[in-house]
Write a protein that binds this ligand. Structure first.
Ligand code: 3PY
Ligand code: MG
Length: 275
């Protein structure tokens, strides 16, 4: 089977670092270049919520680009996690989860999940019977995993990761119950939505101290329930801090940030030569 870098990190209890892909129209080669950027990149979130990425067509092509080749130094490619577009305020996320997983994604990330009931529905949508209610039939899914059709079916329930975002006041109230839902692998903190729901501006780096307090509570609720805890960061320095705090899955940067920062810093070097 093709490796699942994020799951391997989870199993070995070592922090997984990842990057955000928000430019779907950059296409196949943009995604592949990201995947090959670092042997220590364990996941890429393909963002269909706020990123300009279509679920269909779009996600299947990006998943294939990322898993289709290994890393340049012979290492494993990062795991693809698809953030579906729908918010948790509706229950109509079923088809999006089905599509992302049938496209070969190693997991799904569902935004704005505020109740245990929503979390139960999501977990069920992502797992085949008898555990859940995911339908079977993707023609290309198993190939993306390097498995036969029957082996994919046999192992999908334990290999597909289901992550839900805690980023509303209602979710904060219900965090323990959400964390305890069977089939939910981890809680993912969205610092921007969490901040605005608490009346603070979206952070460009460190959240307000009051938001930090809630972030600690979510981390504890996830770990107390035996689940993983993930968070979005804006840069490597912040990500290193989150790893030291005990987070299991940490988004380090995004395609757009990396590109604009890289261009800006090199232009700065070019236009102010050292004397
Ligand atoms: C948030 O910060 O609200 C997220 O969803 C992560 O980007
Ligand atoms: Mg959010």
């Amino acid at each position: 089977m093709q490796t699942h870098s994020l799951l391997s990190r989870f199993k070995s209890n070592t922090p997984a670092f990842g990057a955000w892909l928000s430019n779907g129209s950059g296409g196949f080669f943009h995604a592949r270049a990201m995947a090959q950027s670092s042997p220590n990149l364990s996941f890429i979130v393909i963002d269909c919520e706020h990123g300009l990425v279509n679920l269909n067509p779009g996600v299947a092509e990006l998943v294939a680009a990322i898993h289709g080749v290994g890393h340049l130094d012979g290492g494993a490619p990062p795991s693809t996690i698809v953030r579906i577009a729908a918010t948790g305020f509706t229950t109509g996320v079923n088809w999006q989860i089905k599509y992302a997983l049938d496209a070969g994604a190693r997991g799904v990330l569902v935004p704005m999940v505020s109740t245990a009931e929503m979390a139960k529905n999501i977990a069920s949508d992502a797992r085949y019977p008898p555990v859940g209610r995911r339908g079977f039939g993707g023609a290309y899914t198993h190939g993306n995993w390097g498995l036969t059709r029957s082996d994919y079916f046999k192992h999908a329930n334990e290999n597909v990761l289901v992550l839900v975002q805690i980023e509303t006041l209602e979710a904060v109230k219900n965090m323990k119950e959400i964390a305890e839902v069977e089939g939910i692998d981890g809680l993912f903190i969205g610092p921007s939505d969490l901040s605005i729901s608490m009346g603070y501006p979206p952070p460009s780096s460190d959240p307000h101290p009051e938001v930090e307090k809630v972030i600690r509570e979510i981390l504890k609720a996830a770990h107390d329930a035996g689940k993983k805890c993930a968070i979005f960061c804006f840069n490597g320095v912040q990500a290193a801090k989150r790893a030291a705090e005990g987070f299991d899955m940490i988004n380090v940067t995004s395609d757009i940030n990396a590109m604009t920062e890289g261009i800006a810093s090199n232009i700065k070097l070019a236009s102010s030569p050292s004397t």
